[in-house]
Design a protein around this ligand. Structure first.
Ligand code: NAD
Length: 302
């Protein structure tokens, strides 16, 4: 019997990469004490077809939220490009150890820094330990983030509001302030924004607001640091398969995660990390500062 050619339907996830990425997510909610290691469908962070070419050789990067998800994928690719990596994280020791193991397998050094970005003193210590242990600091990736869906603005009390802002924007401010004395001409700061900061999000009112603020912070800081030769850019991801959403959404909604992107699937972290390499490496982006780079799986930029 002649084989029948598969015809794409409107429901099929769009594939454009070197290997097909998962289109349907499992209906799995993560409990508060669970982490990336507990996800049934493991996020893909290895970017197996990405060849390093020493674009970050001899550089030192500090990545907040580097234990899992996007941050983990960035840590691995930075290491593949020759950077030593400090991985800052809140609590998921098993995830952090796994990230560190992969960084070291790429042939560079990894430093784990456990603590809360709401704590100014800890942010300062994290930077100091990076500089003392790894010999400097060239790239700061502000990436630690928190969100919790809420049906209405009335469901977000002041405590929640403060928590979201203190982690998402406050953490970026504090780590940047601590890092700046060590950054020099050619250094780079990369902030993780979000498509929700570009488009808004009906059920992430506080979170989307912080992401819009992060985009404004990125552009403002880029202007402020221009004369010092330090570039500041943001990446605005669309839906990405990481612990963030399964920790927040009910299982049934997790199974639909990413279906509303034009590509009808979420990104895997390995589809985000090359954008961070691009913005970190002077060889790629020495003439780019103050941009918000959308990596959204949807057509166009906003
Ligand atoms: P993730 O859960 O893997 O990473 C978030 C990390 O933030 C955690 O691992 C944790 O270490 C850190 N963190 C949270 N609260 C902290 C605190 N108080 N102090 C220190 N660290 C803290 O999820 P992810 O999706 O990789 O998230 C990384 C970034 O990407 C976040 O800024 C998030 O807002 C952003 N983002 C994610 C998506 C998505 O769909 N996953 C989309 C757009 C933007």
């Amino acid at each position: 019997m002649a084989s029948r050619k598969h015809t794409a339907t409107n429901d099929d996830p769009v594939q454009t990469g070197t290997r097909p990425q998962p289109g349907h997510m499992p209906a799995q909610h993560l409990a508060p004490d669970e982490q990336e290691a507990d996800l049934e469908l493991k996020p893909r962070f290895m970017a197996p077809d990405y060849q390093g070419s020493q674009k970050l050789l001899g550089r030192v990067a500090l990545i907040s939220g580097g234990d899992s998800g996007i941050g983990r994928a960035v840590a691995v690719l930075f290491a593949r490009e020759g950077a030593d990596v400090a991985v800052a994280y809140l609590s998921s020791d098993e995830d952090a150890d796994e990230t560190c193991r992969h960084v070291e397998e790429e042939g560079t050094r990894c430093l784990l820094l456990k603590g809360d970005v709401r704590d100014r003193a800890w942010c300062e210590q994290a930077v100091e330990r990076t500089v003392q242990t790894l010999g400097g600091l060239d790239v700061l990736v502000n990436n630690a983030g928190f969100h919790k869906h809420a049906d209405s603005i009335e469901a977000i009390d002041d405590e929640r509001l403060r928590e979201t802002w203190e982690i998402n924007l406050g953490g970026y401010f504090r780590l940047t302030r601590a890092a700046l004395p060590h950054l020099k001409r050619g250094s780079s700061i990369i902030n993780t924004g979000s498509v929700t900061g570009l488009r808004g999000s009906a059920h992430l009112l506080d979170y989307a607001s912080t992401k819009g603020a992060i985009h404004a912070f990125t552009k403002s800081l880029a202007s402020n640091l221009l004369e010092r030769g330090i570039r500041v850019n943001a990446v605005a991801p669309g839906p990405v398969w990481t612990p963030l959403n399964p920790s927040d959404l009910p299982a049934q909604e997790v199974s639909e995660f990413g279906r509303d992107a034009d590509m009808k699937r979420p990104a895997q972290p390995e589809e985000l990390s090359p954008a961070y390499v691009f913005l970190a490496a002077p060889a790629c982006s020495s003439y780019i500062t103050g941009i918000v780079l959308p990596v959204t799986g949807s057509v166009g930029s906003i």
